[in-house]
Write a protein that binds this ligand. Structure first.
Ligand code: FMN
Length: 366
């Protein structure tokens, strides 16, 4: 099985990725007070030097009092934080890399394990924490309007700083996803409803506002997941028809790329087909899609947080699906967190030099 096709360039609006590999967004909590440091800039620059086609930043939060539950997660607002991000993108550009920030609002959260709390209450569609209990307050119309504006402001800042695109974090049970999920969205106004398309109103408004802020030529990526934390088998879209009804309005609102989060890329999305989430999203919308999940590794990422390490794995199955046309781009998380040269080693067939992922790498910024 040849992997050469994964090294063909890819055109995304006005820029060209040198290959199909994307660095997956990975929260690192290495930005004291929310301000990315020179070490953070050097970490991303090493991945650009390592020939990653497109780097997605760790989730970086928008300008809402309670958009984060961790003071060391970078902010994407305010002069000092944006100056930090300027160092990041300048460093990446200097060595010919492409990068997009992943902009994020966590929604209703558990407080950070350190006990740190934001200056105001957590906020979400109904104030519910994974549907179990009240963990914050239900957002008012004014909150929703201001949050949509804050997403747009961060996206505009990304463009102004020289980033090449922007990714909206709509996955993994955070704010945008809390609106999608009936368990956390019990609203009866225009942001709620019995159907997934009705509960997509918030995401659509965010995408439209971001599109207005960045103009027609700046790529917008949207990260989505069917699974939720504590509900790994959950599916927002239970059939291809549901998925089409969910994604088409988002594509129409201005999404260029769907980043389809799975824990294992090879798992089929619906019974009777081995097509994965990115495969279905591409087939149903015609948009560019990114797959992700355990690429090049033996174990999956949720277990990594519980201390599990992963050994290197061949990427033949990935290449087979790619050559079949299932998806356009491939995001790689832990393999790139552990080894900034992972893409080059794969390209050159230096597989004996791959060392997999050690859970201790989560505490390093190398
Ligand atoms: C340390 C770590 C932090 C992560 N942070 C984020 C994040 O900020 N935003 C996000 O969308 N996904 C996040 N993820 C999920 C990854 O982007 C990716 O989807 C997941 O690790 C699966 O890819 P992998 O198997 O190649 O690691 C994180 C994963 C890890 C391991």
């Amino acid at each position: 099985m040849s992997i050469d096709t994964l090294f063909q360039p890819f055109r995304l609006k006005s820029f060209t990725l040198k290959n199909r590999f994307v660095m997956a967004p990975m929260t690192r909590s290495f930005s004291p007070g929310g301000i990315p440091t020179p070490e953070v800039a050097a970490y991303y620059q090493r991945r650009a030097q390592g020939e990653v086609g497109l780097i997605l930043s760790e989730g970086t939060v928008i300008d809402r009092v309670a958009s984060s539950n961790d003071p060391n997660i970078p902010r994407f607002h305010g002069e000092a934080a944006l100056q930090g991000w300027k160092q990041v993108i300048d460093g990446v550009r200097e060595v010919g890399g492409l990068m997009a920030p992943q902009i994020w609002h966590m929604g209703v959260m558990h407080p950070h394990e350190s006990g740190w709390l934001p200056a105001g209450p957590f906020e979400g569609p109904s104030g519910l924490l994974r549907g179990e209990s009240q963990g914050g307050r239900a957002m008012s119309d004014t909150d929703i309007e201001a949050t949509i504006a804050a997403f747009a402001e961060s996206a505009a800042a990304a463009k102004k700083l020289g980033f090449h695109a922007v990714e909206l974090h709509g996955a993994h049970g955070y704010l945008i996803d809390q609106f999608f999920w009936e368990v956390t969205n019990r609203r009866t106004d225009r942001y709620g409803g019995k159907t997934l398309p009705e509960r997509s109103r918030f995401a659509i408004d965010v995408v439209q506002a971001v599109r207005r802020a960045v103009g027609p030529d700046f790529p917008i990526l949207l990260r989505l997941s069917q699974w939720k934390p504590m509900a790994f088998d959950f599916k927002l879209a239970k059939t291809p028809q549901d998925m089409e009804a969910w994604l088409t309005p988002l594509a129409d609102a201005g999404v260029d790329v769907f980043h389809c989060s799975q824990r294992r890329f090879w798992e089929g999305e619906f019974a009777g087909s081995d097509l994965n989430f990115a495969g279905w999203a591409k087939k149903l919308t015609g948009r560019i899609t990114i797959t992700v999940g355990s690429v090049g590794l033996s174990g999956e990422f949720v277990k990594a947080f519980r201390g599990e390490s992963s050994a290197p794995e061949p990427i033949d199955e990935l290449a087979r699906r790619f050559d079949r046309g299932d998806f356009d781009l491939v995001a790689v998380g832990r393999a790139l967190l552990s080894d900034p040269h992972w893409v080059q080693k794969i390209k050159d067939g230096r597989t004996t030099e791959l060392s997999g992922f050690q859970s201790s790498d989560l505490r390093k910024l190398h």
